[in-house]
Design a protein around this ligand. Sequence first.
Ligand code: ACO
Length: 322
Amino acid sequence: MIYSRIAGTGRYLPEKVLTNFDLEKIVDTNDEWIRTRTGVERRHQCAPDETTSDMCVEAAKKAIESAGVSVKDIDMVIIGTTSPDLIFPNIATLVQHRLGIPACPALATEAACTGFVYALTTADKFVKTGEAKCVLVVGAECITKLVDWTDRNTCVLFGDGAGAVIVEPSEEPGILGTHLGADGKHKELLYYPVGASKDLYKAGTEEVGITMVGKDVFKVAVSKLGDVAIEALEAAGVDRGELDWLVPHQANLRIIQATAKRLGLPMDKVIVTVQDHGNTSAASVPLALDTAVRDGRIERGHLVLMEAFGGGFTWGSILMRF
Ligand code: ACO
């Protein structure tokens, strides 16, 4: 049996940091409201000319270095994002070419905040079947360019960044189980109203931005994140007490706390970066993973559960021995 394992991780965050106090100057909000409702204190924002592929390239370089592989070894690129540079070619081809990776399958998974979990799950299947030997997987988002900066309900929540991993075959696990789900009936609760075949001319104008029914998103997120975590543990026959770390989607501290409570996990077993990154959508899980790997909390052999939830709705979890 071939397993897949994460051989290295990396991240990139744009230079510019926007604090809650900076946002007080842009919309009618305040630090106290943002911190108590969301846990966010600051977030990074792309420069006007900085793109999602720029961030992917930088995060990927770090992951390649930490995995000790060469770009010539990589035989597949998968990128989870909702904010690609272009409608086509797909962002993974841009990143493959810019990094000097030899021609290989390159695809993007668009699953909003679950994009990275969808991407890593896909990589796992290709590695396990022997069809890929070294996959670059990135979750990246320039989501501040999709935000309506006049809407205080949404603009305070989001931030930009990219997190990357290298996935290789292994005789030992590795990834123990993946669980994905989606249900489009919730579309109206969270969406971006413009796309390639609908009102594209409106994109980037003030009347277009992320549209969200926050309270309802909150309720479904807590429920689904709990369900998909329990599903992962039960399928692998793992007791929740055995988990070393939960690396959840960093949407909101209260959602993270509610999920941890449902799993009976103390918060010191949960990686939390939402205070520094905000909600970076598809980048949030790999950013949190790399943060905890590099600061020494997540070590080789630890049992780690990653999970995410996003627009669609989409959701997913990945249980792994790091
Ligand atoms: N600053 C100050 N006041 C604000 C702000 C703000 N930035 N935003 C909203 N308010 C006001 C509202 O206008 C409202 O005022 P009113 O009572 O006079 O009408 C009041 O604060 C309360 O608003 P609610 O929407 O009821 O606040 P709630 O407690 O639900 O918190 C929040 C809002 C933080 C968005 C919450 O619903 C939430 O976290 N939902 C999840 C959304 C989410 O995480 N989305 C990310 C994408 S999905 C994902 O990644 C999972």
